[in-house]
Design a protein around this ligand. Sequence first.
Ligand code: CA
Length: 391
Amino acid sequence: MYLKIKKIETYILRVPLGEKRFFSSQCAFPERNSLLVRIETEEGIYGWGEGGQYGPPEPVKACIEHVLAPLLIGRDPLDKAVLWHEMYNHTRDFGQKGTYIEAISAIDIALWDICGKALHVSVSQLIGGCQRKAVEMYATGCYYRGEHYLDLDRTVKELGEEAAEYVRQGFHLLKIKVGLLPVEEDAKRVQAIRENVGPDVDIFVDCNHSYNANTAVRMGRYLEEYGILFMEEPVVPEDLEGYRFVRDKLDIAIAGGEAEYTLNGFRHLIENGCIDIAQPDICVTGGLTEFQRILAFAQAYGVQVIPHAWGSGIAFATALSALSAIPVNPHTANPVPLQNEPVIEYDRNFNPLRDELLTEPVSIADGKVVVPQGSGLGVDIDRTVLEKYMV
Ligand code: CA
């Protein structure tokens, strides 16, 4: 079988959040952004990909249009790994991390979608087969809200209620934010959430790299006291020594990698003993092709892989497809979420790009997200919604 790439289109989507904006330790999120790519072949098969959800999507769009697309026109999408290496080799000297890798990620995902559709199999079948038809999800929420996040009494009360609401909605796993307030005040927020949801809910904490190593250890001791299962991005992604220091000092599992790029980036994080849980974002780190390499490398080191998921319905379907194919690691006849069974991040903030964009929304049953069963990524885009949010 041969296919031929005919056309590559990019779409920037943007939704202002207005009153629904939220804060991490790093910044306010006043809008949702996404960069989608649509690749079409001479045979009329098309695939969707996504990249560039962290920063402004315009540079990723420019990179696809001006640098990568000219390499791909006329080429066969079934050679997706060949094309991956060509794109990477072409941009290595100036693009080992950041925009260029995000652009390669978006294209690579669209090529996998095309391959699945051409062969009438799902992306998880292309990877090697479906290990699970539905993936356990965790709620990401309890951000800093509005302008009153410095009012600790009010924020503690509201957070407790927000966390309890997620449990009522059926979530058994919950990820919350710290890092914007002094350690002792953020510890009170964590304590309030723990007290509101009780001891049986698994809680993870995301610092968004707001600490130096020593402060991270101080926060980590509070997290251990409240039975938190992992501490995400305790220090800046460049500080491998800091990561290792924090991991050596604490018993709590250390997670990281959403701001890391390619197998080489993860090689340094993992070989240096920085993390227990790797969180590659497939739309950022090099697409599904590179994700397979990161997964194999991490599993050889006994590091769990829990992909970071942030973006539109295409990013979510991509993460779901990859997660459905991850083997239980280490194997057990009774896999436990996070311990050896992968889980998917389900951000609870307002996100119409995830919840409205697909022609058939991803369905949820018994606290799990059902993996779309169609060929390729198993999802398609509603053109009306696409045009509504297109810039
Ligand atoms: Ca994070």
